[in-house]
Design a protein around this ligand. Structure first.
Ligand SMILES: NC(=O)c1ccc[n+]([C@@H]2O[C@H](COP(=O)([O-])OP(=O)(O)OC[C@H]3O[C@@H](n4cnc5c(N)ncnc54)[C@H](OP(=O)(O)O)[C@@H]3O)[C@@H](O)[C@H]2O)c1
Length: 344
């Protein structure tokens, strides 16, 4: 009988509303047909990982679970009938393992690391279609940032229908999704404005190609600045990650026929909206939930073509997941925070 693979896993246990992170041994069952075992090389953190632990997210499971959705690793073993992968291949996890193409469905709306175990372990098993080849020009650390933040930004920018040469895209904040959105909007030929709470971070965004910045702490009505920076025309696209307190500003800041990709709710999920701004502006509002495997493959082709590298801000050994979560919570690092599993 094939042996189980003995591994170590990061575990989150939520008790009485308090999340505790620990390490434990896990035994992966023998591979089933069309399954692949991946030796984890790197795992990237996202805001949702801390939101789930703090109970802010609706999909927090009421049990101990293995967190994280974003991994790059090396195929170690393949089950019967696997045709796409062989040992040694470098792969990334898929945030929604069942979302292959087309629209998200109730059946495919089952993300890793929420309600089902994630990739925060020394090896994980995945269905062969739930993996994507890592772009060869990226390190494992860099490729681990793609499954959630990268793909979300790709979907939000490239499928908006308005990011193109001559257009102006505004990205809110300098977090993981927003920096990817900045890079993709530049790739599409658009000019990019960035909002941030910090002038120093705006300066860093400039170095990554941003054409202008607005400090949203000093300018709570930043739509006025965005309108004046576009000579009164308005923005073609806003990558909306703030939610409450920013969505109304985004509506005011877009041009007639402009678009808003609704991604996040960093400052809350509920605020009153004057719907006249929606129809009066002919606004195109699109909700984003990461993306499909098909979108991931399209993104990877673009990354290779443009030799684009994700912005990585901090790398820690995977055993220091606690410290990585604290750094994520502090929010003072520009660029993705990644756990290194020490696999070459
Ligand atoms: N729908 C989806 O599929 C999807 C996928 C990924 C993420 N998300 C959501 O998108 C949001 C961002 O995620 P992330 O992983 O990129 O987070 P992150 O890396 O932790 O980014 C946080 C940054 O957002 C900025 N920010 C916070 N409040 C803001 C506000 N009111 N206005 C403008 N910027 C603000 C801050 O930038 P400064 O420090 O520069 O001020 C902060 O550093 C979260 O709500 C997350 O849950 C959704």
């Amino acid at each position: 009988m094939p042996e189980r693979s003995r591994e170590r896993a990061i575990t989150v246990c939520v008790e009485n509303g308090e999340a505790r992170l620990s390490m434990r041994d896990v035994a992966l069952p023998p591979l089933g047909p069309r399954e692949v075992r991946v030796r984890t090389a790197a795992v990237a953190l996202n805001y949702r990982d801390i939101a789930m632990m703090s109970g802010k997210s609706i999909d927090r499971p009421g049990r101990a679970y293995i967190p994280f959705s974003d991994a790059c690793g090396i195929v170690e073993a393949v089950g019967d009938g696997v045709t796409q992968w062989q040992p040694g291949d470098r792969v990334c996890s898929l945030f929604f393992p069942e979302w292959i193409a087309g629209s998200l469905s109730p059946e495919s709306r089952r993300p890793l690391g929420a309600g089902r175990d994630g990739v925060g372990q020394t090896a994980f098993a995945a269905a062969e279609q739930a993996l994507v080849a890592a772009p060869p020009h990226l390190s494992a650390i860099e490729a681990a940032t793609l499954p959630c933040a990268g793909l979300t930004a790709w979907n939000a920018v490239m499928y908006s229908g308005v990011a193109q040469p001559g257009s102006v895209v505004l990205v809110q904040g300098t977090g993981g999704v927003s920096l990817f959105a900045l890079q993709f909007a530049k790739m599409a030929g658009a000019a990019v404005l960035v909002t941030s709470s910090s002038d120093a971070k705006l300066q860093q965004a400039r170095m990554l190609g941003a054409d202008g910045g607005i400090n949203y702490r000093d300018n709570s009505e930043w739509s006025l600045r965005a309108l004046s920076m576009t000579d009164g025309r308005g923005l073609d696209l806003v990558i909306e990650v703030g939610g409450a307190g920013t969505f109304a500003e985004s509506l005011k800041a877009i041009r007639l026929g402009g678009a808003i990709s609704v991604v996040g709710m960093l400052s809350g999920a509920v605020e009153p909206i004057d719907i006249r701004h929606i129809y009066g502006k002919n606004a195109r509002i699109r909700g984003i939930t990461v993306g499909s495997r098909e979108m991931f493959e399209a993104m990877n082709r673009a990354l290779v073509q443009h030799q684009m590298h994700p912005v990585v801000g901090h790398v820690l050994p995977w055993e220091e997941a606690d410290a990585a979560m604290e750094a994520m919570q502090r929010g003072d690092i520009v660029g993705k925070i990644v756990l290194d599993f020490g696999v070459a």
